[in-house]
Design a protein around this ligand. Structure first.
Ligand SMILES: Cc1cc2nc3c(=O)[nH]c(=O)nc-3n(C[C@H](O)[C@H](O)[C@H](O)COP(=O)(O)O)c2cc1C
Ligand code: SF4
Ligand code: SF4
Length: 371
């Protein structure tokens, strides 16, 4: 597992995530048994959705009775979830539980009963009318204060919190992401519908949370597009068959081993998110760096100092023959450059190591932009 940490650097709920590919919940279908059958190919999974209080349990019964959709039905959610969670004990899949509840208290009392071994995912996604009328699922996206209250209640119990949301429902997805970050959420699990990577980039640029991108991730090209625009992980629901999961796991593992930074952003001028500042030059010409700096409120001199301070004492400090005297301001290794490559060679830095160091630099930049 240490090898996986070196490869992806992913830690959730104090556990190493073996691969950034996981399973998203499907009510009545994705339980622990479903996940364990696919455990060899995934790093994390959200089982559920599980209804956890009287209004949502009644909604689940009504939906199941309608005959078109499956639901998990039980009399005692604590007992059911305890049994499900116990099944993960010997697995290295990082488990999460996707929950439908109508009040902050429903979530916090569940967390009190079950403890902190799982990620608590608030279902702010479901659009079944019975669930929305019960005050959960998409209801939360239209009532962000209530969603924030649930996040706060769960964080009060000291557990790791994910919010499963669909884009294009809340008034402003960026403002919602920022509010959830400030309320203490750890993960945004985002169903992008058909919104595309520009939407993902906007959310990435609004908060420093771990982002799981979801919807129609069926091949490596789409997965890579998500990772290049701000996602840390991807999840699959409808296509969470062994073959697809195994293919994505193998492809991203190979890619990470070759490239060094598995979710490296594009450069800012090529549509990258703000992590791409790690590849930006000195601000000496009119290019997208300038409006990006003013949007995030980082004066040019602070940007220069931030990068120089961040690389001091690291191999990125070298680069007297490069455009700006330091590898801190050098481009992504996909942009060919003789001067950068000469410097890397001189100091025995492999291209993969160069990208890892840029990843460290981007983390420092992100923590400065989102203190
Ligand atoms: C049958 C079914 C049940 C679902 N149940 C839930 C649920 O309980 N909670 C939730 O957050 N999302 C639920 N989803 C949404 C999925 O997790 C996922 O966001 C969506 O299907 C898009 O991803 P995909 O293209 O990988 O399927 C469900 C989806 C399906 C198809
Ligand atoms: S500073 Fe360089 S890498 Fe950054 S946006 Fe401008 S041209 Fe692109
Ligand atoms: S030396 Fe090459 S890699 Fe570095 S900033 Fe100049 S063009 Fe980019």
């Amino acid at each position: 597992m240490m090898h996986a940490f070196e490869r992806f650097g992913l830690l959730i709920n104090d556990r190493i995530v073996r691969t950034p590919v996981g399973i998203a919940s499907m009510a009545g279908i994705v339980d622990a048994a479903y996940v364990l059958e696919r455990a060899a190919h995934i790093g994390f999974a959200f089982i559920g959705g599980y209804s956890i209080d009287a209004p949502t349990m009644a909604a689940a019964k009504a939906i199941a009775a309608g005959g078109n959709r499956k639901e998990f039905l039980y009399e005692d959610p604590v007992q059911e979830l305890r049994a499900q969670i116990a099944l993960f004990e010997k697995s290295d899949v990082v488990p999460g539980i996707n929950l439908r509840g109508s009040l902050p208290d429903s979530f916090s009392s569940l967390a009190k009963a079950l403890g902190d071994s799982v990620i608590y995912e608030i279902d702010a996604h479901c659009r079944q009318p019975a669930m929305v009328n019960a005050g959960c699922g998409e209801y939360y996206l239209n009532n962000p204060d209530k969603l924030v209250a649930v996040v706060r209640a769960l964080k009060g119990e000291g557990v790791t919190v994910s919010v499963k949301m669909r884009v294009g429902v809340a008034d402003d997805d960026r403002a919602l992401a920022a509010a959830l970050w400030k309320a203490g959420a750890d993960i945004l699990h985002i169903d992008l519908m058909d919104a595309g990577s520009a939407k993902l980039r906007q959310i990435r640029n609004s908060c420093p949370l771990l982002i799981i991108a979801n919807n129609s991730i069926t091949g490596f090209d789409r997965m890579k597009e998500m990772l290049q625009h701000g996602a840390d992980l991807v999840s699959l629901a409808r296509h969470s068959d062994e073959r697809t999961l195994a293919g994505l796991d193998a492809a991203i593992t190979r890619y990470a081993d070759e490239e060094g930074w598995y979710n490296a952003p594009k450069q800012i001028c090529r549509g990258g998110d703000i992590r791409g500042l790690a590849f930006c030059c000195m601000p000496v010409k009119e290019c997208p760096l300038i409006p990006t700096l003013s949007r995030i409120g980082l004066p040019r001199e602070d940007y220069i100092r931030l990068k120089l301070d961040a690389v001091r004492g690291t191999p990125l400090e070298h680069g007297s023959q490069t455009c700006f005297g330091s590898l801190a301001f050098c481009c992504k290794n996909s942009s060919p450059c003789m001067f950068r490559n000469m410097t890397l060679k001189q100091h025995n830095i492999s291209p993969k190591e160069y990208m890892r160091l840029k990843r460290d630099l981007s983390e420092t930049i992100m923590s400065r932009v989102f203190p």
